[in-house]
Design a protein around this ligand. Sequence first.
Ligand SMILES: O=C[C@H](O)[C@H](O)COP(=O)(O)O
Ligand SMILES: C=C(OP(=O)(O)O)C(=O)O
Length: 379
Amino acid sequence: MSITAQNSRRTGDAVPNADTVSNTRVTSIQALPTPAQVRAELPLNERAAALVARSRAEVEAVLRGDDPRLLVVVGPCSVHDPDAALEYARRLAAVADLHRDRLLIVMRVYFEKPRSTGGWKGLINDPHLDGTHRVADGLRMARRLLIDILELGLPVGCEFLEPTSPQYIADAVSWGAIGARTTESQIHRQLASGLSMPIGFKNATDGDVQVAVDGCTVAGQRHVFFGVTDEGAAALVSTSGNEAAHVILRGGRGTTNYDSASVADAAALLTRAGLASHLVVDASHGNSGKSHVRQASVLRELADQVREGDPIAGVMAESFLVPGNQPLTDAGRSALAYGQSITDACIGWDETAALLDELALAVQDRREKGSVVPDQLQV
Ligand SMILES: O=C[C@H](O)[C@H](O)COP(=O)(O)O
Ligand SMILES: C=C(OP(=O)(O)O)C(=O)O
C-alpha cells in the first residue's frame, strides 16, 4: 500500500489496523540512488585516493604531535555554489602549497548544516536552494565537488550529520567533524567509530566540553548499530573504533573557550579521560559570536597561543571569497551575490590569505623556540 493511502485518515474505519497506524505523519518516501551507484558514477581515481590516504595520515600525525605543522581547516561555512567553492579551492590550493612546511591546510567543504531553529540544511539536502530537496542531485553535486577539489591537490574536511550520507562521500574526505548539536548523540558517536578519517567532536552549544571528551571516548570503542549496505539494504554495521577522535573547542552561547586557560582546562579533561590532549580550536561559532570580524581577531590571538606553545594541534575558520554573509530569500539562487556565505558570516579571501601567513609564521616561531605540543612528549 502506498504511503499516501496509508496516511489517509479513513474516518469511516472504526477499528485501527496496521495500515492506518503507520506513517501517519510521513508525506512521502522516495528511493535514492544507492551509495554504490553514486560512487560508480563518480569514482575516486588512484591519485585522489592516494591524496586522501596520505592526508588522513598527516592529520593524525599532527594531532599526535609527530608532525610539527598546524592543522588548518578553512573554507566556507557551507557550500551553496559549487563553482564559487571551486574557485575558493583553487586559491587555497596555491596558498596551501606555499605554506606546506608549516601548515597542513584542509579545505572546509560542508554540505550538511545542523540548524538551531530551522533553515536551509545544506547542499545535499536542498541543492537547488528552493525547497525541492533533490537529494539525489545534492549527493552527486557534493561528490563531484569533492573530486574536483582533490584534483587540485587539496584535502577536504566535512561535517557528518545524516548517518548514511558518509557512504556516498566519505572516501573523498580526509578529516571530519561531529557538530555541537550532535556531539552527545549516540548515533553520531557510533558513526564516528566507523569513519575512516580523524573525527573532531565539537563541545556542546552550551559550552560543555566534557560531552566532546565523552564523544571521543565513545567513538574510540567498538560498536554495532543500524545502517545500510552500499547497495541500499538494511544492515547491521560493526566498527573497530576511531582512535583519532579529538576535541574541537568552539565556544558556547555567550561564552568563548579559545584562550590559553580554556585550552589547558580542556587538555586536562582529555588527560583525565585517558586520551591524548591534542586539541583543535574553532575561531568561529561561539568563539566569535558568529562575527567574521571577531573571527579574524580570534585567529590572530590563536596564532600567539600557538607561538607560545599552547597544546593546539589545529585551528578552524569559516572563510569564503567575499566577507560576511547574505540571506537566502524566496528569490533563491538568482538573487545571491557570488562567493558570499548564505549561512554564517565568513572572513573574505584577502584577509584569509593574510591570516594564513600569520599562522605559518607562528608555527615557525614555535619551532624555533623548540616548544612542542604536549602529546609529542606523552605518546
Ligand atoms: O555553521 C553553521 C551554523 O552555525 C550552524 O549550522 C547553525 O546555524 P543556525 O544557528 O543559523 O541555525
Ligand atoms: C555547525 C557548525 O558548527 P558547530 O557545530 O560548532 O555549531 C559548523 O561548523 O558548521
